[in-house]
Design a protein around this ligand. Structure first.
Ligand code: GTP
Length: 237
């Protein structure tokens, strides 16, 4: 588990590290043009970007959130969809990944048909089913151009034990007040992943061996549960 911060002496023989900010690394993958940059930008910056260009290699976006009183840094890796911009970077994406978000464009059937190849790429980089994965169908605002129906997407998601979210990085919230930060699904999608990760990796209070000076170590624990992504989803979607 990636962590940031340094330790500090609190009192007497008991030394506790200060609260550390855990970092959850989530990679966002899918074909070029499906909206990975827009989704990650919207979650981290709270708005739809006016202009995007094809991602070269990878872009990082981060946002600090608070879950059950703990501050957690959600680090989104916005990866290039175009093969020619991926080659040199691809092995770096997959290092120490905590969760994967697969994105397709609901108005582009080819981007949906590419999903098995993206899943295969994850497999080749040793990302097992213990790493939470979710499926996101983006551009739902383009209702008249939909090529990938919810039923077929849901079947695919079920077959791969992933929750499905259909969303739009572009739509403002349903209140129409221009507030993107509190808008419907994009916020909920990444927060759902973060909640899932937090529940899988609770902070573990590990007791020191006897006679080791009374130091109590708080560290990121791992309890993968092995549910392969089943049984968790966004209740507000
Ligand atoms: N209508 C609509 N357009 C979107 C949405 N999300 C992204 N777009 C548009 O789709 C195009 C591609 O978006 P990007 O976010 O750059 O796509 P990407 O997946 O990051 O592409 P690569 O960096 O090449 O992998 C842009 O013109 C966006 O404005 C959406 O939810 N609705």
């Amino acid at each position: 588990m990636a962590e940031s911060g340094s330790s500090a002496e609190l009192s007497g023989s008991l030394t506790l590290p200060p609260p550390r900010t855990r970092i959850f690394k989530i990679i966002v993958i899918g074909d070029s043009g499906v909206g990975k940059t827009c989704l990650t930008y919207r979650f981290c910056a709270g708005k739809f970007p006016e202009k995007t260009e094809a991602t070269i290699g990878v872009d990082f976006r981060e946002r600090l959130v608070e879950i059950d009183g703990e501050k957690i840094k959600i680090q989104l890796w916005d990866t290039a969809g175009q093969e020619r911009f991926r080659k040199s970077m691809v092995q770096h994406y997959y290092r120490n990944v905590h969760a994967v978000v697969f994105v397709y464009d609901v108005t582009n059937a080819a981007s949906f048909r590419s999903l098995p190849a993206w899943i295969e790429e994850c497999k080749q980089h040793a990302l097992g089913t213990e790493v939470p994965r979710i499926l996101v169908g983006n551009k739902c605002d383009l209702q008249d151009s939909v090529q990938v129906g919810t039923d077929v997407a849901q079947q695919f998601a079920d077959a791969h034990s992933m929750p499905l979210f259909e969303t739009s990085a572009k739509s403002p919230n349903s209140l129409g007040d221009g507030n993107y930060r509190n808008s419907d699904h994009v916020e909920a999608i990444f927060m759902t992943v973060a909640h899932k990760l937090k529940s899988q990796k609770p902070l573990v209070l590990s007791q020191p061996p006897e006679g080791s000076g009374g130091t109590v170590i708080l560290s990121g624990g791992r309890n993968d549960g092995g549910d392969g992504g089943k049984g968790w989803s966004c209740s507000s979607c």
